[in-house]
Design a protein around this ligand. Structure first.
Ligand SMILES: [Zn+2]
Length: 159
């Protein structure tokens, strides 16, 4: 991450000051491309497609750091969004397994990683994360390929 993208101190981030996941967010940046707005969250396709179909679902309503801060209606809406997103991604890329991960150790704003897993993927049998972020495999597809996949997933969401 370059200096211009340096994150605020943790105490600020956790309080939602300078939080890069608080709305409004860009639809398209160096990390993601927007797929669709759902009822409580927005779905983005990650520019790193080492795991084809990898998306992020980011909670939209306000700054919260975890599920325990949602009220029941928000929780229900987010869970519905999560399932819809997973179904749409699965239909597009037919993975062997779907991983759902909500960590927040870098950006403590509630979001889920939806990670399609494949029997031949580089971390099959374990979580995708390695100890050092810089050791993570990065595969950046052609822009046209990424946009086509985002459109396919968005189309599947309408069904
Ligand atoms: Zn936030």
């Amino acid at each position: 991450m370059s200096d211009s993208n340096a994150l605020p101190p943790w105490e600020d981030l956790i309080a939602g000051k300078g939080c890069p996941f608080c709305p409004p967010r860009p639809d398209d940046n160096e990390f993601w491309l927007k797929v669709a707005s759902l009822s409580a969250a927005t779905l983005y396709i990650d520019r790193n497609q080492a795991y084809r179909g990898y998306c992020l679902l980011v909670f939209d309503k306000r700054h919260v750091t975890g599920l325990e801060q949602l009220d029941e209606d928000e929780h229900r809406a987010l869970t519905t969004d999560l399932r819809r997103a997973a179904l749409a991604i699965s239909k597009a890329v037919s993975p062997d397994m779907m991983n759902y991960a909500s960590l927040g150790n870098v950006i403590p704003h509630l979001h889920f990683h939806l990670i399609p897993r494949y029997e031949n993927d580089p971390r099959w049998g374990g979580p995708i994360w390695t100890t050092k972020l810089e050791d993570m495999q990065c595969v950046t597809p052609e822009e046209s390929d990424l946009r086509a996949l985002a459109q396919e997933i968005a189309g599947n969401l309408q069904e």
